[in-house]
Design a protein around this ligand. Sequence first.
Ligand SMILES: [Zn+2]
Length: 59
Amino acid sequence: MWGFGVYLMHLADYLSRRKYNKQKMKTCDVCSQKFDSLEEMEKHRRDSHPNVPPREASA
Ligand SMILES: [Zn+2]
C-alpha cells in the first residue's frame, strides 16, 4: 500500500513542476490564455482583443 503513496508523491511533484514551468510562459492579461513566447502572445492580443489597450508593465 505504501507504494501507491509514493506514486502519488511523485505524481504531485511532477504536476507541481509542470505548473512551475507553465508560469514561465506568457499569459494574455485579458483572457489568461497562455503562449510559448511573447511574440505569440502579442499577436493573439492584437487579433483577439484589438479594443483593449495594453496594460502597463509595472510589475
Ligand atoms: Zn487573450
